[in-house]
Design a protein around this ligand. Structure first.
Ligand code: PMT
Length: 411
């Protein structure tokens, strides 16, 4: 069980939507209040069919907010203030309908409006029939919400109120309390607060003509995850991203670029910084004199494309000088002799650390969800097991945080 000491004095806005699991939310209110949490509740119209406003009011010892159009509610506590005066918004139960409305950015009742208007973290505890949970629409909505930084606890697997078996049961009240305590404990652990970081991610597109370009298979998953992980530890992150299909990670400033030269300019504009992590797969070459008109197939054979070298962003950021970030981390994408080539690359580019990964066909490193990396520093190599790219990112961010803690201790 998580340490609940972080809960005392915290303010939770609990959104209770319309599912049979709403009865467990009454227990949740009690458990939170026992631990010194102030709970204010928003009850949806459907939620009020499962639990009475009177029960919620008695347990929270506060008004129960229900109606976007209530003059009394709005004058007592407008929907913006409701979220502003909370440290965390908890949606329990989070029904398929409310998750869909959150994902679509709808504001058609008080609960959805508060969730759209908030700049506070949100934790959802999904609860629904197993088929509704497994439906592609719900899974896509949940994935989208999580990519925007929404936290999730559950659902659990078991026999459901509808007598079916599978995932869909809302997490138990004490599991939700643990998740809330875990969130507050982690939120107070911000070892990179006050540090600025630049992260590059994704491919670059180098134009051949207005409609064609040279690119590579990078999805941006690894770089985006690193930006999010550094932000979670408190860093002020500028993510410089090439074209990807990913949403912008929560809590980061994002500059979207296409070419290597634009990526370099965006990185230089983000200086000064304490940390730079170059995870982008930057095109080494661009077409010299790209055409500003679409090249025509005019019977004269294929056009000859002359290539010229792109600036090296990692090497530029690593160059000694006043504006050099204190810690510069590169990536090395290799298809053989990974450690030897990556070690040589670290020396050639002048960065402090290099993360080597094997991108041979079949590894799935480019575009896939997992990565197997070796962290190469001046004092040696650490080989990490194959992990999800999110886990690689968290471990790398943790290593960065430890580096700064050690550096401060040594001073
Ligand atoms: O995006 P994903 O699908 O999640 O895949 C992740 C990844 C495989 C792209 C990532 O883990 C990775 O290895 N990124 C570096 C890819 C690469 O271009 O490696 P490289 O060995 O060619 O370059 C070495 C380093 O120099 C990298 O830090 C690169 O960002 C940097 N570089 C390269 C060329 C250039 N002109 N400027 C640079 O800054």
């Amino acid at each position: 069980m998580a340490d609940h000491a972080s809960l005392a004095g915290k303010r939770v806005l609990l959104v209770i939507a319309g599912g049979i699991a709403a009865y467990k939310s009454l227990e949740l209110i009690r458990r939170l209040r026992e631990r010194g949490v102030t709970v204010r509740a928003v009850l949806t119209e459907a939620g009020a069919r499962f639990v009475t406003p009177l029960s919620v009011q008695a347990l929270t010892e506060d008004t129960v907010y229900r109606d976007l159009w209530s003059l009394t509610d709005e004058s007592e506590m407008g929907h913006i203030r409701l979220s502003r005066e909370a440290d965390l918004l908890v949606v329990a139960p989070a029904t398929a309908n409310l998750l869909a409305r959150m994902a679509a950015g709808m504001a058609d009742d008080l609960a959805a409006t508060v969730l759209l208007a908030t700049d506070k973290p949100v934790l959802v505890a999904p609860a629904m029939n197993v088929r509704m949970w497994q439906h592609a629409a719900t899974q896509a909505n949940m994935a989208l919400l999580e990519s925007r930084g929404v936290l999730r606890v559950g659902p659990n697997e078991g026999v459901m109120a509808c007598n079916e078996y599978g995932p869909g049961r809302m997490a138990e009240p004490m599991e939700i309390v643990d998740a809330i305590a875990g969130f507050f404990a982690q939120a107070s652990h911000r070892p990179l607060a006050g540090r600025r970081a630049i992260v590059t991610s994704g491919p670059t597109h180098e134009p051949i003509d207005p409609v064609r370009y040279i690119a590579n298979r990078s999805s941006g998953k690894q770089g985006h995850a690193i930006a999010a992980a550094l932000a979670t530890l408190g860093a002020e992150v500028t993510l410089v991203s090439g074209p990807t299909r990913l949403p912008d990670p929560a809590g980061c400033r994002v500059t979207h670029i296409e070419t290597a030269r634009e990526m370099l300019a965006a990185c230089e504009a983000a200086l000064p910084a304490d940390i730079a992590v170059c995870a982008a797969a930057v095109a080494d070459w661009r077409v010299d004199g790209a055409s500003d008109r679409k090249l025509k197939k005019d019977g004269g054979g294929p056009p000859a494309l002359a290539l010229t070298e792109n600036p090296d962003i990692l090497a530029t950021l690593s160059r000694p000088g006043d504006r050099r970030p204190a810690l510069v981390v590169g990536f090395a994408a290799e298809t053989g002799d990974v450690l030897a080539y990556a070690t040589a690359k670290r020396a050639r580019k002048g960065c402090d650390w290099i993360v080597a990964n094997d991108v041979s066909p079949g590894t799935g490193t480019f575009g896939g969800s997992d990565n197997t990396v070796h962290l190469i520093r001046a004092d040696g190599v650490e080989s990490w097991p194959t992990m999800a790219k999110d886990a690689v990112a968290s471990r790398l961010a943790q290593a960065v945080a430890e580096h700064f803690t050690e550096t401060l201790k040594a001073k």
